[in-house]
Design a protein around this ligand. Structure first.
Ligand SMILES: [Zn+2]
Length: 466
């Protein structure tokens, strides 16, 4: 089956065909740098990372833009309450964001545009929308007139009859819900609550609305029509709906061909909230002793369109699954038997590898794909006594290539012993050969003290670093 994604716009799974053969223009709404990202934000960023890695695995050249929202209602409110300039305040959280994505092994985007660097482009779009009757100016700002765009609501599948009633109102807040459908702010004229945050514009000093920021950055860096735009489901309305309205009225072209949205993350079955004490950032989880690798595993292996219930049990299961993968790769690296591959293991491996790829092609069904991966591991252990180097090499090379997709197979990197450790390891083999078990045991302990575990397998002793 060809690569396909569930498109929020059509509410159907569609075959993925990029505008330009072999190339993908990808825009993902980035963080609002007013705080540390919480694990719900990170779940979305990890889904986008998996999407990008799978596109790369399938041979696409991906141009990825992820914006940083460094001016909006929230950044201004928090910087003022901390008595800091907007620039100094957001710099802290830009840095925190980059630390988090490095920790979680997220591939960097090609561009991280900052909203405050695109104000002139936003002003150009707003001027054009005003000129063509899609926007109007009031005493407090410039608003997009949703009644001027008949397909307003197509992404959120809004009921058009309720739209007519709503069309008379307007809202200046960046965030609101479906019940408050209304004309929205493109430009907000300066008020004392904005402190010294303001830019000059033909419509008076002020600042952009949140939604116009993504339209301007996407248009500037990726062009009028892009292949994929992602975000969390929270961004679907009003943010993405408004991005479509502004962009399509400005260019007269479709803005985005495939809209992909990640579902919510809940913790212990409940919505995350600071008052319930179940609100976590990456730093909180690391402080509780979870490894970045297990956090990545736990946040990535649920299908992105399913709500993810994060629990510490889930994180422990992730640790256990990773240990299973590490042990398997360890055993695989120590297969020594030469000769032709075991045919049954070979066939099962090829079937499961294909099944893994098909699951991923089918709207990134990672949960199903991981099932096929563990089937390969099971099949290996069942055939371990007959497995040859040729079997091990083909399976290993697949797993090594999967590190680029999953980003948590890092146990597959090859390791060596120092000459001294190697001497101890060989001395133990010698001792066992001479049936000097007491000496063999003391050598095993000596290696263990150096952080090296030795185990005896049907194919001879193997080692690994703990
Ligand atoms: Zn956005």
């Amino acid at each position: 089956m060809a690569l396909s994604f569930y498109n929020s716009l059509s509410r159907m799974e569609e075959e993925f065909v990029p505008l330009e053969k072999g190339k993908v223009r990808l825009y993902t709404c980035g963080p609002t740098v007013y705080n540390y990202p919480h694990i719900g934000n990170l779940r979305t960023f990890l889904f986008e990372d998996l999407l990008k890695r799978w596109l790369l695995y399938r041979g696409y050249q991906v141009t990825h833009v992820m914006n940083l929202t460094d001016v909006d209602d929230k950044t201004i409110r928090n910087s003022l309450s901390q008595n800091m300039s907007l620039t100094d305040y957001t710099a802290l959280y830009k840095q925190a964001f980059f630390e988090d994505i490095r920790t979680l092994h997220i591939l960097p985007a090609d561009f991280y545009p900052e909203a405050t660097a695109y104000i002139p482009q936003m002003i150009t779009i707003i001027q054009d929308l005003l000129k063509n009757g899609y926007a109007y100016e009031t005493e407090d700002g410039v608003y997009f007139k949703i009644a001027s765009f008949p397909s307003y609501g197509k992404l959120a599948h809004l009921d058009t009859s309720s739209l007519k009633a709503a069309a008379s109102g307007r809202l200046s807040a960046d965030e609101y819900d479906k019940e408050s459908v209304s004309d929205f702010a493109l430009w907000k004229k300066w008020t004392p609550e904005d402190g010294n945050v303001k830019w000059p514009s033909p419509f008076g000093e002020g600042r952009p609305g949140w939604h116009i920021e993504c339209s301007a950055m996407s248009l500037s860096l990726l062009g009028e029509t892009i292949d994929i735009h992602c975000g969390g489901i929270d961004n679907l309305f009003p943010h993405h709906e408004n991005e479509i309205a502004q962009s399509e009225c400005y260019t007269g072209k479709p803005f985005v061909r495939y809209w992909l949205h990640a579902a919510h993350l809940i913790v212990d079955g409940e919505k995350m909230s600071k008052s319930k004490g179940n609100f976590y950032t990456l730093r909180d989880l690391l402080a509780k002793g979870l490894s970045p690798r297990a956090i990545r595993y736990a946040l990535i292996t649920t299908h992105y369109r399913k709500p993810l219930n994060f629990t510490f049990d889930l994180a422990r299961q992730a640790e256990a699954s990773l240990k299973r993968i590490d042990d398997f790769l360890f055993a695989l690296r120590h297969v020594q038997q030469s000769g032709i591959p075991d045919p049954s293991l070979h066939t099962t491996f090829l079937e499961k590898k294909r099944a893994f790829e098909e699951s991923m092609d089918h709207d990134l069904n990672i949960a199903e794909a991981m099932g096929h991966l563990f089937d390969i591991i099971r099949a290996f252990y069942e055939h371990q006594s007959r497995a040859t180097l040729a079997n091990a090499e083909e399976i290993l090379s697949f797993f090594v290539s999967l590190e680029n997709v999953l980003g948590f197979i890092e146990g597959s990197s090859s390791e060596t012993l120092s000459p001294e450790e190697e001497a101890l390891f060989q001395a133990r083999i010698e001792a066992k050969k001479n049936k000097d078990y007491a000496k063999a045991d003391s050598l095993r302990e000596e290696l263990l003290r150096r952080g090296i575990e030795v185990r005896d397998t049907p194919q001879g002793p193997i080692w690994r670093r703990l």
